[in-house]
Design a protein around this ligand. Structure first.
Ligand SMILES: [Zn+2]
Length: 190
């Protein structure tokens, strides 16, 4: 899944939770976004990988893509350490974003080795399944746009609490939409 789909999907799922707790703030959304992107630090060409070059290369060399950073135990240990050190919604949002990333990757064609290092079992749906997507495919793009519509609908109803948060999110999502449209016209997805 591409970074923009991870971001928007995680926002759609988590926005009601943050909003209901009066925690729909830029800082917490930053935590969610960080968590939603962090697992792909193991891929140099990913959004976060390009911005953490040496760390990304190091992790990739040792564990490969969808290795250590995509194990459930890594999410659990990272969350426990962060919760022990900090008690705030930034950490909660980061942990949720991270877990959602793993769940979202679970629906990709290649699936995930969720239970590593305890089990080598690969969790993946059959490639013919309706719910499975290939990263960067038109199917994923369609899903991204569906999530954008839901996110904007949610934000429409949450507007009174958002303040400056909304314009930042709108700008970011608009950028991702334009970027996706450019990719379509370049036939990058075909
Ligand atoms: Zn991933």
């Amino acid at each position: 899944m591409q970074y923009k789909t991870h971001l928007v999907t995680s926002l759609v799922i988590t926005a009601p939770l943050l909003y209901a707790n009066h925690e729909w703030t830029l800082v917490n959304i930053g935590g969610l976004a960080l968590g939603a992107l962090l697992p792909d630090i193991d891929e140099e060409s990913s959004y976060i990988g390009k911005r953490t070059f040496f760390i990304s290369r190091f992790i990739n060399k040792l564990f490969g893509h969808r290795g250590l950073t995509h194990w459930l135990i890594t999410w659990l240990i990272l969350s426990l350490i962060l919760f022990a050190l900090f008690h705030n919604w930034f950490v909660i949002a980061l942990s949720i974003g991270y877990l959602l990333h793993l769940c979202e990757d679970r629906f990709s064609v290649s699936g995930l080795h969720w239970l590593m290092p305890f089990s080598n079992k690969r969790f993946a749906f059959p490639s013919s399944s309706m719910v499975v997507y290939r990263t960067g495919s038109l199917k994923e793009l369609g899903f991204f746009f569906a999530m954008v519509v839901i996110l904007f609908t949610e934000m429409h109803y949450m507007n009174d609490q958002l303040g400056p948060t909304s314009s930042v999110i709108y700008r970011r999502v608009e950028y991702m939409i334009v970027h996706s449209l450019v990719e379509i016209f370049k036939f990058k997805h075909l």
